[in-house]
Every structure is written in structure tokens, then in C-alpha cells.
Design a protein around this ligand. Structure first.
Ligand code: PEP
Ligand code: MN
Length: 362
């Protein structure tokens, strides 16, 4: 399948505020909790509510969601404040129950997107139904699998379709619960600019103090909106305690967001602004990638240290420069530029390795 034939987000039939934010608890816990959270969220600039009813948990015995009984609490809380409500679906049966209960928006969770059988089952349950659906990225950084999930839902006839970037699971411990790896949603945007992409700073960060900066980054990279977890009493939440924020904190974050102008007009200034936004996005991407390169460099340094190997291995370095310089023409770059760039990167890499090896900075 080449392109997606979708209805643009602004025409989804909801009151989509700018910035577009869906918020609510990780999980629906009680009728009271849902109602109070929704009431406190109502005036915080959100366009929709979220809550998990069925929770895919890593270990058995954890809170696995309140189950179908909670659907009417979620729908009721939404009606009470006049906001559409969304829920995660992982099976065909979930789709049926959610739609019968009057849920307005569905999303496929990261643990489900990894499994084409499950996504297909959901897609089959959606045939002939007109409901907005978001597909979260799979747990693993596999863009094709993410696109495949979106395609399955689209083939079922869903035209109000979007993606949610919630970061990628990794074995190594990082600052984030799920590594953002922004290059994946950026590539999704490049391949399919027709698909709206929301960012989920709660599941990326796993930590409430990081939510605001990731939310801003989402808009700096010109993504379309956010899904954020907010709970009436985050420290007492039954799941994802560390990453949830109060509705009031969410309001503060939303009102402080800087959302750049997305709609290019026809005058020169708007054209320039759009191009500059692309430059900003690419520079951010470059920094992200350089940071990742240095992460690996530091791992190599640790390995060298343990195994008594020198920092500089002349042959390897020569090969790297030759190989990268060879590719310069292809990209319409001069060989001199690529050589200089590699030298600067290499210098920083040696500095980082030296620091680890406890030598003086070069
Ligand atoms: C959630 O949104 O609560 C959730 C389970 O997210 P994810 O699928 O991104 O882990
Ligand atoms: Mn959660």
C-alpha cells in the first residue's frame, strides 16, 4: 500500500483545540476517580479524555484494569464535561464493548502493535465502523511494524487514523522509561505526512518531571498533539504512579507550550518560517543522532578499558574517514567538508573516551 487516504485531524468532528491534547488517568479505577479527574481536566485546555480499562501489565498479579464495568464510568465522565473519550483496545471483543458503550476514540497499545495477529483481529472488528483510531508504536523500534499496524486498521476502512509515539523499550537503563528515538516518528512523518502523529510524553519519560520538556519537544519537531497521563491523585494511582501528573499541572504544561505556526501562507515570511522549522527539526535530529553515537563511543571506551586496548586505533580511524568521505559526492557535499566534520566528531569521541580512561582531556 503506498499512501493513506485519511481525513485530516482538524476535520475529525471534535472540537480540536490548539495544542491538541488528550489527557486522563493511566487507568480508570472507580467512577468517582474518573469523574473527578475529568472535571478537573475540563478547563485545562484538553480536547479529549483517556483512560485504560484493560491494562496490559508486565507481570501477572498487577492491576490489570477495572474491566468493562469501567466503560460506562469513562463515557459518563466524558459526557459530564462535554469531552470525547478514548480507550485502549487489544482484542476484537474490546472494540465491540468500547463501541457499544459509546467510546469516541480507540487506540491500539504498544504491546498490541507488535503482534500482527492482534492488530488484524482489531481491524476485523472495525470493519464497517467509523471511529477514530490511534496506533501506538510497537515496543521495539521497528518502523515497518508500526506502519503495518496502521495499514491493517486503514484497510478495514478507518479514515480518521493517527499514530502515537510513546518511545521504545530497551534493555539498557536510560534517563527515559522508553527511549524516544525521535528519528522513527520523523521518518514516519517523511514517508506518510498524511498521518497525524501524537506524542505520549508520559510513557516516554516514565517520570513526571520530564513530561513538560518532552511535550515541548513534540511541538518543536512539529508533531500534531499529545497524549498525557493525568490523575486526580498521582501518588495514589493504581498504575504508572511516577509518570502521572495532576490535572492542574497538566493545565500549566499545556498553557506554557510554544506551538509554532503550522499553516504556511503564501507570503515569503511564511514560506521562510516553514523552511526554518524543517531546519530546526533536522538540527534536533542531528543532535539526537550525535548523542547516540557518543553513547556507543562511551561503551567502546569501557570495553577498551577492561581489555587494555588503546583509545586510538589508527587503521580503524583511517577506514572510517575514507568510507565517509567517499559518500560525500552522493549527498552533494564536498569531500573537504565531510573530512572536517569527521575530524570534529572524532576529536569529541577521543575526548569522551579519554575522560572514561581517566586521562586528561585532549
Ligand atoms: C497506556 O497508554 O496506558 C499504555 C499502556 O501505553 P503503552 O501502550 O504506550 O505502553
Ligand atoms: Mn500508563
Amino acid at each position: 500500500m503506498s499512501g493513506f487516504n485519511l481525513i485530516p485531524l482538524r476535520n475529525w468532528g471534535f472540537n480540536i483545540k490548539k495544542p491538541f491534547v488528550i489527557a486522563g488517568p493511566c487507568a480508570c479505577e472507580s467512577e468517582e476517580q474518573m469523574r473527578e479527574t475529568a472535571e478537573r481536566l475540563k478547563d485545562q485546555g484538553v480536547s479529549g479524555l483517556r483512560a485504560g480499562i484493560w491494562k496490559p501489565r508486565t507481570r501477572p498479579g498487577m492491576f490489570e484494569g477495572i474491566g468493562k464495568e469501567g466503560l460506562s464510568w469513562l463515557v459518563g465522565a466524558g459526557k459530564n464535561v462535554g469531552l470525547p473519550v478514548s480507550v485502549e483496545v487489544a482484542t476484537g471483543n474490546h472494540v465491540e464493548l468500547a463501541l457499544n458503550a459509546g467510546v469516541d476514540i480507540l487506540w491500539v497499545g504498544a504491546r498490541t502493535t507488535v503482534n500482527p495477529f492482534s492488530v488484524q483481529e482489531i481491524a476485523d472488528a472495525l470493519k464497517g465502523v467509523d471511529v477514530p483510531v490511534f496506533v501506538k508504536n510497537p515496543l521495539n523500534p521497528d518502523l515497518q511494524l508500526w506502519i503495518g499496524g496502521l495499514e491493517r486498521i486503514h484497510v478495514a476502512g478507518i479514515k480518521r487514523l493517527g499514530a502515537i509515539h510513546r518511545g521504545f523499550s530497551s534493555y539498557e537503563k536510560t534517563k527515559y522509561r522508553n527511549k524516544p528515538m525521535w528519528e522513527l516518528p520523523i521518518e514516519l512523518r517523511r514517508l506518510h505526512s498524511e498521518i497525524p502523529i501524537l506524542v505520549d510524553p508520559s510513557h516516554i519519560s516514565g517520570e513526571r518531571t520530564l513530561v513538560a520538556s518532552i511535550a515541548q519537544k513534540a511541538f518543536d519537531l512539529s508533531f500534531d498533539g499529545l497524549m498525557i497521563e493525568a490523575h486526580r491523585d498521582p501518588d495514589k494511582a493504581w498504575s504508572d504512579v511516577k509518570q502521572q501528573i495532576t490535572p492542574e499541572k497538566l493545565g500549566e504544561i499545556v498553557s506554557n507550550l510554544i506551538v509554532r505556526n503550522e499553516t504556511p501562507g503564501h507570503d515569503a515570511e511564511d514560506v521562510l518560517l516553514t523552511l526554518r522549522q524543517q531546519i530546526d527539526r533536522i538540527d534536533n535530529y542531528l543532535l539526537e543522532i550525535l548523542g547516540e553515537r557518543m553513547d556507543i563511543v562511551r561503551k567502546i571506551a569501557e570495553f577498551k578499558l577492561e581489555n587494555g586496548i588503546t583509545i586510538l586505533q589508527t587503521n580503524r580511524w583511517k577506514e572510517i574517514v575514507e568510507d565517509r568521505v567517499k559518500k560525500a559526492d552522493q549527498k552533494e557535499l564536498t569531500q573537504e567538508f565531510v573530512r572536517k566534520m569527521m575530524e570534529v566528531i572524532h576529536k569529541e569521541s577521543i575526548r569522551q573516551q579519554s575522560k572514561i580512561m581517566d586521562n586528561s582531556n585532549l
